[in-house]
Design a protein around this ligand. Structure first.
Ligand SMILES: Nc1nc(=O)c2c([nH]1)NC[C@@H]1CN(c3ccc(C(=O)N[C@@H](CCC(=O)O)C(=O)O)cc3)CN21
Ligand SMILES: O=c1ccn([C@H]2C[C@H](O)[C@@H](COP(=O)(O)O)O2)c(=O)[nH]1
Length: 283
């Protein structure tokens, strides 16, 4: 929590105003932030200075791991976070590749679970990584990437937290996650939970002990219409003790995660938080 508040404060103190063409809004921006999450010792990075809807964050990551291409599938598992990008952005609505209502296109898991090769064949990057890690193998390239510039024109948005690199060291699993663009009030609130969850669940389904996540953010920003709420409300509040996160131990394989898992298989205990804050969302 401290590292999150420090980043928010740093953007306010040192940020530079940058125009953004896609959203038409200015953002107060800093470049480069390094966050880390200690999964081994159960330090769950949930924001406490406002109510955080952690279930939606977990649902989003499960959707990526399953390769969902539709906001309807994301809604069904428990999050509405893809509705606006799928259905309310005029550039995407005009895009001939959009397959109709709720389509998000070739982004995130659609890319990683069905990677397009030059010869026309496909690769399931996640399955390969799970197979290696389950056998205690790390080929120094266990990279789950959602980033394929060759298909950006077929997606509603380029992936933001776009690369997850897993490493095995002495039986402990580590994760280096990289994010190109970060909406700190809204997106990061979820992305911290997602990076923690990803290492915890991957360790569990590959039979390894979880270690740490190192989360690199390149462009970290606060949109102009979010600034007042962050500076004058959220940052005035005192952080509360961190809660703990629990995964149903019956989840043992990638197949389990793909088939029967729901949000009821995850629990947060001891979550104390301040009131919710409704930040404006830019499509
Ligand atoms: N501008 C922008 N920021 C983002 O963080 C973002 C995007 N776009 N587009 C793609 C996804 C969608 N994400 C989202 C979308 C909505 C919320 C949101 O509305 N969160 C509210 C309510 C959550 C709920 O009720 O479940 C929040 O208070 O956190 C958060 C992340 C993260 N990503
Ligand atoms: O997981 C996510 C997904 C998206 N975001 C934010 C970062 C930006 O504010 C927008 C994406 O806009 P681009 O113009 O494509 O950079 O969404 C996030 O923080 N986390």
């Amino acid at each position: 929590m401290k590292q999150y508040l420090d980043l928010c404060r740093r953007i306010i103190d040192e940020g530079i105003w940058v125009d953004n063409k896609r959203t038409g809004k200015r953002c107060l921006t800093v470049i480069n932030a390094d966050l880390s999450y200690d999964v081994e010792n159960g330090q769950f990075p949930l924001v406490t200075t406002r109510k955080s809807f952690w279930k939606a964050a977990v649902a989003e990551m499960i959707g990526y791991l399953r390769g969902y291409a539709s906001a309807a599938d994301f809604r069904q598992i428990g999050t509405k976070t893809w509705d606006a990008n799928a259905n309310n952005n005029q550039d995407w609505l005009n895009n001939p590749h959009r397959k109709g209502e709720d389509d998000i296109g070739e982004a995130y898991g659609v890319v990683a679970r069905n990677w397009r090769c030059a010869d026309g064949s496909r690769i399931d990057l996640l399955q390969q990584i799970v197979d290696d890690l389950s056998q205690g193998q790390d080929n120094r390239g266990e990279i789950l990437t959602f980033y394929n510039p060759g298909v950006f024109d077929r997606a509603c948005l380029r992936p933001c937290m776009y690369s997850h690199h897993f490493s095995l060291l002495g039986g402990t699993l580590y994760l280096n996650s990289t994010q190109r663009s970060c909406d700190v009030p809204l997106g990061l609130n979820f992305n911290m939970v997602q990076a923690y969850f990803l290492l915890a669940i991957m360790a569990q389904i590959t039979g390894n002990k979880p270690g740490k996540v190192y989360h690199k953010i390149v462009n970290a920003h606060i949109y102009e219409d979010q600034l007042e709420l962050m500076r004058d409300v959220q940052l005035k509040r005192e952080p509360l003790p961190a809660p703990t996160f629990h995964i149903n131990p019956e989840i043992k394989t990638l197949k389990d995660l793909e088939s029967w898992v729901t949000l009821d298989d995850f629990k947060v205990e001891g979550y104390q938080h301040h009131d919710p804050i409704k930040y404006p969302f830019s499509v």
